[in-house]
Design a protein around this ligand. Sequence first.
Ligand SMILES: Nc1ncnc2c1ncn2[C@@H]1O[C@H](COP(=O)(O)OP(=O)(O)OP(=O)(O)O)[C@@H](O)[C@H]1O
Length: 227
Amino acid sequence: MLRAHEITVRYGRRTVLDRVSFDLPPGQVVGLGGPSGCGKSTLARVLAMMLRPAGGALSVDGAQVRGWRQRAPRELRTRVALLYQQPRLAVDPKLRLREIIAEPLAAMGRPDESRVGALAAEVGLTGDLLTRRPHEVSDGQLQRACLARALTLDPGYLICDEMTTMLDASTQAYLVAVVNAYRDRTGAGVLAISHDEVLLDRWADTRAELTGAGSPPGMPSPSPAPL
Ligand SMILES: Nc1ncnc2c1ncn2[C@@H]1O[C@H](COP(=O)(O)OP(=O)(O)OP(=O)(O)O)[C@@H](O)[C@H]1O
């Protein structure tokens, strides 16, 4: 379980998350909605240990997170992967797609070309694309590379923050199918953040709503509401 307990985040004097609790169980797709600006991406960054909250606690499979960003222990950091809406902001523009996918393995000192090739095939990237740099591929192709990179170290939890919002319907369907296949194979928990109610209805096993810092403490809670 990826468990956030009473998380509070402030930007300056503004409280964006006010004692928000949220559980992401393994093996499930939890769909998170809520109005623009209510703090969904902020919660995603806390869950991925990329943003230190002002208050509250985060645990990964029972292990308490005590360091954030680079100070988070690698074995915890690599349990959670985050995919952003805008792949161009998430990659080094100088790297070729093959190097982007290989980044987590390189950081671990475990280069593995065949693993990179297998991941590229899994997300539908052909070999010729792997030698290109981000400005030479489409947003959809770059997001495929970002998904492959996110899956490289077999995360137990995958956070998809508007992963497919910028993409055409067929790329969206393909990437969702890749994530679902990964979940089925590994039992990973998936947090799907989206404004797209149709997508969430189709994709999520359970739904949660974040209503903003004015909402009661403890929101959101993944509700077992039927879809
Ligand atoms: N680094 C930052 N510094 C200051 N304010 C920020 C920062 N990041 C986000 N905010 C503000 O915090 C609030 C929550 O932002 P966040 O991106 O988490 O919301 P969101 O629910 O994901 O929105 P959207 O659905 O539009 O993507 C917004 O009002 C936003 O302007």
